[in-house]
Write a protein that binds this ligand. Structure first.
Ligand code: NAP
Length: 489
């Protein structure tokens, strides 16, 4: 008697940004899954689709911000401009032929564990059942629209940095930028010399790490094409990997020598780059370096010393039709106002309704602190795995690398499911409890908790991100411990 082929496991991937693309490629290559990728927008790309503000650059070396299995010789500079990264992902979707797996304009509104499977529903009413869900919905996705009095009364053009309106002319106009995280700093550096005046409004000054961004020449690109080992030399260079290791060792231990080294570099950069002593004091942060996400910039301190750029440090009183009124009474007259005010970093997965075993409700589990073991799994949510989920590493290094490491871990779990050795895998509650206790304890020693406000902190002021170093993450994701998961069926 001929045996019927084993039915393929049905896997839903939520999101077609960087992590979702990784999952789709790997699942397709495995050949044993039926894969559907749900994407709420009409294009792939996630962060790189939504952000296209002038000056957008990834401050991770371009050759390290690529998938290990898809090196790319064509980057125009050491740090890649945002549009090139978007093109890179679009190219991968074509190269790995995953477009047919993606359902565009389908936002998953609910995901419910029923009858040993996940029932998904999208906001347009589509319903489908799956055995496994891979959530790749991103970290910085929901805009932080600042609650500033009078914001709606501004008579000029106003938009959030992640909704940049390119139809608004900038040339010959006075542009104000509120916010000086990585985004605001890149926008100001780019607009200087294009707008007639750039006013950078900062509530708290930032430490700036000087970082070169040399262009690649045609000859460089030809060399990368003909000898991919040259790409690896950058990706795995001591310059980059050494920096990642020292940096994460530093942030994990605020009293470490590595942290002292980072502080010395940024302090020296401030002292030696800003010529006017009064401006230098205005730009001196009153918290420790890397407490907020450290800004890497090749030129910001030069840019702010231009005659057509002004840095205003202080609290905003209100927005008026003519511009921004500061608490000290000054009116900053503006034609365009860009809100580089960041994202609601704790909104992982929400507003989706996610109900797991025995009615476990994600909204309740994450009401105080979103958390997931290694940023991947949660008890109560069987066969549900995340890429770049809460408490995973975020920082000044490649999130692509983090997603690939998490994928390696998830892949080991999927192998159990696809082989039939397990029907359902769910993280044991005691593993999560132990992880969370250790994570919160370790967080106290990190630089993130050393006294500043940032999106690295949860609603209770505790560091919400990975509190250990890069090596610890590599080791823990590199050796999945299947015994930490309960097998059902
Ligand atoms: P962010 O780091 O959260 O910075 C938001 C800025 O807006 C801060 O300066 C904040 O001031 C200010 N702000 C918020 N509300 C305000 C208000 N009501 N009044 C005045 N100022 C207000 O956001 P981001 O710059 O968009 O960056 C977010 C993250 O995206 C980065 O940390 C990074 O992880 C990622 N990113 C990466 C790159 C890259 O090159 N790889 C580039 C851009 C962004 P306070 O500091 O005083 O709160």
């Amino acid at each position: 008697m001929t045996q019927l082929p084993k039915p393929k496991l049905r896997v839903a991937v939520l999101g077609a940004g960087m992590s979702g693309i990784l999952a789709a490629i790997r699942l397709q290559q495995a050949g044993v899954y039926e894969v559907v990728v749900f994407e709420k927008a009409d294009r792939i790309g996630g962060t790189w689709r939504d952000n296209h503000y002038p000056g957008l650059t990834c401050d991770v070396p371009a050759h390290a911000y690529t998938f290990s299995f898809a090196p790319h010789a064509e980057w125009s500079s050491f740090l890649a401009p945002g549009p090139e990264i978007q093109q890179y992902f679009e190219g991968l979707v074509r190269q790995f032929q995953i477009e047919s797996l993606i359902r565009f304009n389908q936002e998953v509104s609910s995901c419910v564990w029923q009858n040993q499977g996940w029932q998904l529903q999208t906001s347009s009413g589509l319903q489908q059942s799956f055995d496994i869900v891979i959530a790749a919905t991103g970290v910085l996705h929901h805009l932080n629209q600042p609650e500033i009095k009078g914001l709606d009364s501004f008579a000029g053009d106003c938009f959030h940095s992640a909704r940049w309106d390119h139809s608004v002319p900038l040339q010959g106009r006075r542009v104000g930028v509120i916010g000086n995280g990585s985004t605001g700093v890149q926008i100001v550096s780019n607009l200087a010399g294009k707008a007639s005046r750039v006013v950078h409004i900062q509530r708290s000054p930032q430490w700036i790490m000087p970082y070169p961004n040399p262009p690649y020449s045609d000859a460089d690109r030809a060399a990368f094409r003909s000898d991919p080992a040259l790409i690896d030399q950058i990706r795995y260079s001591e310059f980059y990997l050494g920096l990642v290791n020292r940096f994460t060792e530093g942030v994990a231990d605020k009293d470490s020598q590595q942290m002292a080294e980072i502080e010395a570099v940024v302090l020296n950069h401030l002292e030696t780059s800003i010529r006017d002593p009064a401006m230098r004091e205005r730009l001196r942060p009153n918290y420790r370096a890397a407490c907020k996400r450290l800004i890497f910039s090749p030129d910001y301190f030069e840019v702010v010393q231009r005659d057509d750029v002004e840095v205003i440090v202080g609290e905003i009183a209100q927005i008026e039709p003519e511009g921004v009124r500061m608490k000290d009474g000054r009116l900053l007259a503006l034609d365009v106002l860009a809100l580089a005010t960041g994202f609601k970093a704790d909104r992982f997965l929400r507003p989706m309704t996610l109900l797991g075993q025995d009615g476990a409700d994600l909204a309740l589990s994450w009401a105080r602190k979103p958390s997931a073991y290694l940023g991947i799994a949660m008890p109560g949510f069987p066969n549900f795995f995340m890429l770049n989920g809460p408490t995973g590493p975020v920082g000044n290094f490649s999130l692509i690398d983090i997603a690939e490491r998490q994928w390696g871990y998830i892949d080991a779990l999927l192998a159990e499911l696809s082989s039939g050795r397990a029907k359902t895998l769910v993280l044991k509650p005691e593993v999560m409890q132990d992880y969370e206790a250790r994570r919160l304890q370790a967080g106290k020693q990190t630089i993130f908790g050393s006294g500043c406000s940032s999106w690295y902190l949860d609603s209770e002021g505790a560091p919400s991100t990975w509190p250990w170093n890069y090596q610890a993450f590599a080791e823990q994701t590199g050796a999945p411990r299947l015994e930490e998961f309960e097998r059902i069926g």
